[in-house]
Write a protein that binds this ligand. Structure first.
Ligand code: MV4
Length: 502
């Protein structure tokens, strides 16, 4: 095992990685921008190196400066977290060329999955099902029309260099095609410097289900089951869970074996994720492979009992995976809510300020992967995700109740957060039935975020309710054998106690 690792990231994921290092007896080096000089990830680390000014282009994206920091501090390996440099082929290569270990896949595997058309070609060659469509860029609008007729409307135009929804256009009929083709190319050019666009049949109302894989350097590749990630808005996931209500043990084995084939085809080592669309009829299609640790990895850790970040470090240092596929049996249910500094009541507008008060949930089955403290300043330089609240319970029903309970225990003051929005989702009948697909959230957004401000009467009633509930609580504490006092708290008084008193 390494004796010292540099973590090339910030916020919750930097701390998550350092926690794994601590448990393995590995010393840690943080890097930081001027905006993060006092940030929690800097204080958690054993050492810290300043990289540059706040913009990530001048700090967390400066691969050479980060490699120099590793050399200077005597770190033997670099963990990139997610985002930033995690999927840059050149960085993985530069780390290796500097005589250091990149805690992630080989640069060649990042490259193999980086181009979406190349990944599709690789998938097809290894009997990994993909959505019907082309693997080659469409040269002109005339050809686009012919292909659209061949595959049948609706179709989806996608950027070959893309991913994450940029340069993507749904086309429902021939009349829309010319404009969609031009704008998809323009957007692809702007986002990726490459205007190549290809075409797929559009799959209506699927779920987004992904499979976690883990591979060592000795050709052992296993999968750790699925994550359901359909609750998303504008390609930003909000809630993830494991397992998925739509995946039977047989389907899990089939999708898992498919993901393992894709990983092997790419020469994959370390932790990675294969993204699939799962349609209403239970058919699945490979979309792309994320060649990094993902935000939502904790739900897989909770249902499998496997610490993914520890295993990333172990396989990167040359350890062999001690378990095989038959040892992996997901049990129970895990749900993750992303706590962001966004205001759901105002179109998820980013919120800035200083965290002035923080009360964290705890108790049975609750995990907080956070990157904030009282005093942490939230600006606009980085991603608005502050923390992840993750719960684990024996069943989905219990996990939803547990998440609701944990969210009521959470208070973040000083900035707006997504907390109340998540509470409303946990109360939503469709969500509770697991009746979700990739368009679900955007369809339900209005009703989930409409908060009618209370009139004065309601406000006064809430204050009175809070005071009464507080009085009930103090009174109840005296006669311990008074059973009526325990059950006498009505639902609204209980709500007032939880929310109002605060
Ligand atoms: C699709 C699709 C429907 N049909 N491909 C979005 C980002 C990129 N990873 C692929 N995406 C999609 N590809 C076909 N042929 C729908 C999406 C999609 C989506 C996929 C996963 C999670 C969220 C999504 C939101 C909108 C569209």
């Amino acid at each position: 095992m390494f004796t010292k690792v540099l973590v090339a990231n910030r916020g919750e994921i930097a701390i998550r990685v350092m926690r794994a290092c601590r448990e393995l007896g590995v010393r840690t080096v943080a890097v930081y921008s001027d905006a993060d000089a006092q940030a929690p990830h800097v204080r958690y680390a054993d050492e810290a190196v300043r990289i540059g000014p706040p913009p990530s282009s001048q700090s967390y994206l400066l691969g050479d400066a980060i490699i120099a920091a590793a050399k200077q501090t005597g770190a033997q390996a670099i963990h990139p977290g997610y985002g930033f440099l995690s999927e840059r082929e050149w960085f993985a290569r530069a780390v290796r060329d500097a005589g250091l270990v990149f805690i992630g896949p080989p640069a060649e595997a990042i490259a193999a999955m980086g181009s979406k058309t190349a990944a599709r070609t690789l998938a097809v060659a290894h009997k990994v099902p993909v959505v019907p469509g082309t693997t080659e860029a469409i040269p002109d609008a005339v050809r686009a029309h012919a292909l659209a007729v061949e595959y049948g409307y609706p179709i989806l135009l996608k950027a070959a260099a893309g991913g994450g929804g940029k340069g993507m256009r749904v086309v429902r009929d021939a009349a829309e095609l010319d404009h969609a083709f031009d704008s998809a190319r323009r957007e692809a050019k702007n986002a990726f410097g490459d205007d190549a666009v290809y075409l797929e049949k559009y799959v209506e109302g699927p779920r987004h289900v992904e499979i976690q894989v883990l591979a060592d350097m000795f050709d052992n590749v296993i999968h750790l089951g699925e994550r359901e990630c359909s609750v998303q808005r504008r390609h930003q996931k909000m809630i993830e869970e494991a397992p998925s209500v739509a995946v039977s043990p047989e389907l899990r084995a089939e999708m898992g074996a498919t993901a393992v084939r894709a990983a092997k085809a790419a020469g994959y080592v370390n932790a990675g994720t294969c993204e699939f669309l799962l349609d209403k009829d239970g058919r699945f299609y490979f979309l792309e492979m994320n060649t990094r640790l993902q935000v939502e990895h904790p739900v897989t850790e909770l249902v499998t009992g496997i610490d993914l970040v520890q295993w990333q470090l172990r396989v990167a240092s040359g350890e062999r995976l001690p378990f095989s596929q038959k040892d992996i049996a997901p049990t129970g249910w895990a749900i993750e809510c992303r706590i962001t500094s966004e205001d759901p009541a105002n179109g998820f507008l980013p919120s800035t300020g200083t965290v002035s008060f923080l009360q964290l949930p705890s108790g049975p089955g609750v995990r907080w992967d956070g990157g904030i403290d009282v005093g942490t300043q939230i600006g606009l330089h980085y991603d608005p995700m502050l923390a992840k609240l993750i719960v684990y319970a024996p069943t989905r029903e219990h996990a939803v109740e547990r998440m609701h309970r944990a969210l009521t225990e959470l208070t973040v003051s000083g900035i707006e957060t997504s907390r109340d929005f998540h509470l409303r989702v946990m109360e939503d009948a469709e969500f509770r039935r697991g009746d979700i697909e990739i368009q679900w959230l955007e369809r339900r957004l209005a009703s989930l975020t409409s908060v009618t401000p209370p009139d004065d009467g309601a406000r006064l009633a809430a204050l009175a309710g809070a005071l009464l509930a507080n009085e009930d609580r103090t009174r109840r504490a005296v006669p311990a054998n008074n059973a009526a006092a325990d059950t006498g708290l009505s639902a609204w008084r209980r709500a007032a106690l939880h929310d109002g008193v605060r």
